[in-house]
Write a protein that binds this ligand. Sequence first.
Ligand code: EPZ
Length: 432
Amino acid sequence: MDQIIVQGGKSLSGEITVSGAKNAALPAMASVLLGDGDYELSNIPRVVDIHTMAELLRRLGVQAEWSAEQANRLALTVRGVQSCEAPYELVKTMRASILVLGPLLARWGRANVSLPGGCAIGARPVDLHLMGLQKMGAEIGIAHGYIEAKATRLKGATILFDQPTVTGTENLMMAATLAQGTTVLDNAACEPEVADLAACLIRRGARISGAGTRRVVIEGIERLTDGLHQHEVIPDRIEAGTYLVAGAITRGRLTVGNCRPSHMQAVIQKLQAAGAEMREEADRVVIDGPSRPTAVDAETAPYPGFPTDMQAQFMALMAVAKGQSVISELVFEQRLTHVAELQRMGARIQVQGVHAKIQGVERLSGAPVMASDLRASAGLVLAALVAEGESRIQRIYHLDRGYERMVEKLRGVGAVIERVSGDRAGAGRAAS
Ligand code: EPZ
């Protein structure tokens, strides 16, 4: 398996360009199932999760091809579907496959989607997705690990989520576009990716208001408009936040370009509180990292709160901060697996339930570490950038799921970082 090798201690400087948001691209891709047509989705990051969703859509009968002219453009053609089944072999590698459930049910009246199962960060149930669809009149059964759903025509309903769910809001918003009557989603997720999906659907004739707020209202219509539909997904606010932390942790001066500062306020404010100088412009943020960050507490929360997807990255920064901080993971029940790996690098962290108490140290030491989930891997890369000596990060297939060309982007601003393939990776210290 490939590894990433980092020689720590270099301050980063220059500009990093952010790719499109994986978590906006995935629902936009699933939404093509809502009606026949030709679709051009641009600013799509070439990451593993996107390839998995493209493969899933192909299994359902959608043509999905990367544009020859534009590297990050995906062309999709829908002329009916050949199947309504999302198989376990694909769903187990990417939970977001659940996003085909709503569109298949709304447009084609049936769907067999494998239950995603748990993952490294928690049980990740989909009960809220199913509750909403049942309220809209779907018949939902669970058999042999699959969700078997049927509906002649979904009906509008008022659905109250007992907690905000991003893909749950997206799934039900897509299902409601073709339902009979009005659907209200209360306590909906407000993430920018939800609003981006709504913009994509509205462009195709959907009647949606309130997307991006806690209350979304969808007037069902018979069918979406035909023709060529084009949509450019928003920049990835989590990738952008990750590179801002890279600037902060290496005491560098980084410009993070092609991003939306308005989507990143919680992270920007946290970094300012930690002592970083931040300058926001229309589509970029400039960060001047502090000589040594100040310890700042953080609690993850649904948007617009501090994102759970930035928790591991911020913990890496607090590991070298001056003072003690507490980081609380309040969204997922087990998203602290990166703590053990950071401790291997010399971080002083105590976990009590969902709280991590961090006593900042002057410096971390490079070490071989293991990635466990997409964002934990990013946190380990950030820690390696500032650790003394060499770090080898294993299982970086996690990173490949959501970060486009991370090694090249970091090397482009001065990081001493390389990716080594499986056989060379095995050499380890013995050969160095
Ligand atoms: C989305 O996952 C993102 N994925 C995640 O990003 C992100 O961490 C998460 O939202 C929170 O922001 C995509 O958008 C593809 P949730 P999602 O439903 O929708 C509980 C990444 O790194 N819940 O908002 O699966 C759930 O267990 C990924 O790109 C239920 O109990 O998350 C969790 O505690 C990782 N029942 C909380 O809600 C449900 O039916 C929030 O989960 C659904 C969710």
